[in-house]
Design a protein around this ligand. Sequence first.
Ligand SMILES: [Zn+2]
Length: 162
Amino acid sequence: MNKMTRLVSGRVLHAQCSACGAAFSVFQFSGDSDCHTLGLVSLSSAEGHDIAVGEMLAHELEMPSQRDGILSCESRINSDLSRHDLTVNVFVRTEGETVSHSGERFGAFLKRYQRPTAIYRCTECNAEEARVVEEESVDRFLAQGGNIWVSGNLELVGEIKE
Ligand SMILES: [Zn+2]
């Protein structure tokens, strides 16, 4: 692994669990392809408006069990940041994607189009039922008192406009 700083950008998602009601924030990395975001992890704090971003190491990505890799990464990043309350966010699925029928007028498609909703594993109860209810820019999140902790050779940059 090289030691070059990796620039990351993205948005902040706010998710709420429909099983236990817990609310937490997730960092959603943006990138045009998987290689821009491969191995990047977002972590939620159990305490307030904190999120953290970090990277899984090669040996963690290669662990036979994905869960072991995530747990190893989670404990490493917590100790790196001198914390104990950060939980890696696990993306589960998207829901509600509406596909266009061929022949349908574009205007009609737009009318019934709903943005797909991302579902994450709940950081409190582990149910795979935490739906994204809101999203905002990093700048807005920070301006409203949010904190984003950065672990390792990552540098958070504003939204990359291309
Ligand atoms: Zn929950």
